[in-house]
Write a protein that binds this ligand. Structure first.
Ligand code: ATP
Length: 357
């Protein structure tokens, strides 16, 4: 088995605390499954800015390019405003540089976390490279324009190519799950752009006749996903709708601290928790590390599929199983009803990983 090169970038805010748990857990499952993982520790964000004068060094970009994947901790995006001072927004930079077009964000209920609307298990697949986001939908210039001090315009880019590739990712995922896919849009108002998105998705649907497809308007979706989340399996949508919807679904599963996510392209993948730096709880040993552990599990599953090595998938499943056990037994952080700190939750996770082998 070729070694998997994985770059670890702890990030800002709660990132170093939660990433430390994910790395400890990774070392355990790697040993248990004899996975040759070449872990490369580096820096991005504030710590890199302090040490190297930039949030992302050229050497780091080369390292990530040569790697199979990388784990990026949360980034203090709002602090990074002036690229001429080295303040590159790492999340945006990596997404763009490595064309990480599909942001995959699972959400599910767990025994041990109270839920109000029954059990569910769904995945939001969010287009990650265009849409309304001014930082990624134009090559140069801005897609947000201040016409006069009192008039502002925001442009939204939707292309057939980007819609088709994210749709294909979603259909492939649906094939591995319950074979249901929901297209989320606002076609009643955004007739041209969401019309194009829907048309692109339906063309890809023709390649996956086993997948049952429906579509829901985004505002109605907010009600449906809160009221009957079990109705959904895989959901695919454009960038901003996916951003908002996936925070809601992460919260429905108990806490943003359960929001694992993978940003996947054809060649690279970046595991990054769906939440931000959580400055209100940073450095206090109370952040939930499971969003980071889940992101790592997704990274291992992605790698397993990419290189055809099922041992990585087994390691990923072990991580998820051990996490579910911790949750069932209440060995968790306070955001999901436990009393443990971040580090102690890591200890609990590792104990369960070891006990299972
Ligand atoms: P940023 O400015 O980086 O986006 P934020 O605080 O505005 O940070 P989030 O980091 O997404 O946004 O946090 C939103 C809320 O969710 C905060 O109250 C935060 O404490 C909580 N939260 C986020 N991540 C976790 C976590 N891993 N564990 C527990 N609570 C979390």
């Amino acid at each position: 088995m070729n070694p998997m090169k994985l770059v670890i970038l702890p990030g800002d805010g709660i990132g170093p605390e939660t990433m430390a748990v994910a790395v400890r857990a990774l070392e355990v499952v790697a040993a248990q499954h004899h996975l040759p993982i070449d872990l490369q520790h580096d820096l991005a964000g504030h710590e890199s800015l302090r040490r190297h004068g930039t949030t992302v060094t050229p050497a780091l970009v080369d390292k990530v390019r040569a790697a199979d994947g990388f784990m990026l901790g949360p980034m203090a995006t709002y602090d990074f405003k002036d690229e001429s001072k080295g303040e590159i927004n790492p999340s945006k930079f990596f997404r763009k540089t490595f064309d990480l077009f599909a942001n995959i964000r699972p959400a599910r209920t767990y025994a041990g976390i109270p839920n109000f609307n029954g059990e569910f298990d769904l995945v939001v697949v969010r287009e990650n490279t265009e849409g309304f986001y001014a930082d990624r939908n134009v090559e140069s210039g801005g897609s947000e324009i201040l016409v006069t001090p009192d008039v502002a315009i925001s442009l939204r880019r939707i292309t057939r190519e980007c819609s088709e590739r994210v749709a294909r990712t979603a259909f492939e995922l649906a094939m591995q799950r319950r074979r249901r896919l929901t297209l989320v849009h606002k076609h009643n108002v955004l007739r041209i752009t969401d019309g194009l998105f829907l048309d692109a998705c339906r063309r890809i649907a023709a390649e996956f006749p086993e997948v049952q497809v429906d579509d829901v308007i985004v505002d109605a979706m907010m009600a449906h996903v809160v009221r009957t989340p079990q109705r959904f399996d895989v959901i695919v949508t454009t960038n901003m709708f996916g951003d908002i919807l996936s925070d809601l679904t992460a919260e429905l599963s108990g806490s943003l601290g359960m929001g694992g996510s993978l940003n996947a392209g054809h060649q690279h993948a970046m595991g990054q928790a769906a939440h931000g730096t959580a400055p209100d709880i940073a450095g206090q040993d109370i952040a939930n590390p499971f969003s980071q552990v889940l992101s790592l599990a997704m990274m291992l599953a992605w790698h397993a599929q990419r290189c055809g090595e099922p041992a990585y998938l087994r390691a990923s499943q072990d991580l998820e199983r051990a996490m579910a056990e911790c949750i069932r037994e209440g060995a968790v952080t306070r955001d999901i009803g436990g009393r443990l700190g971040t580090r102690a939750t890591g200890d609990a996770l590792i104990n369960r990983l070891k006990a299972a082998h």
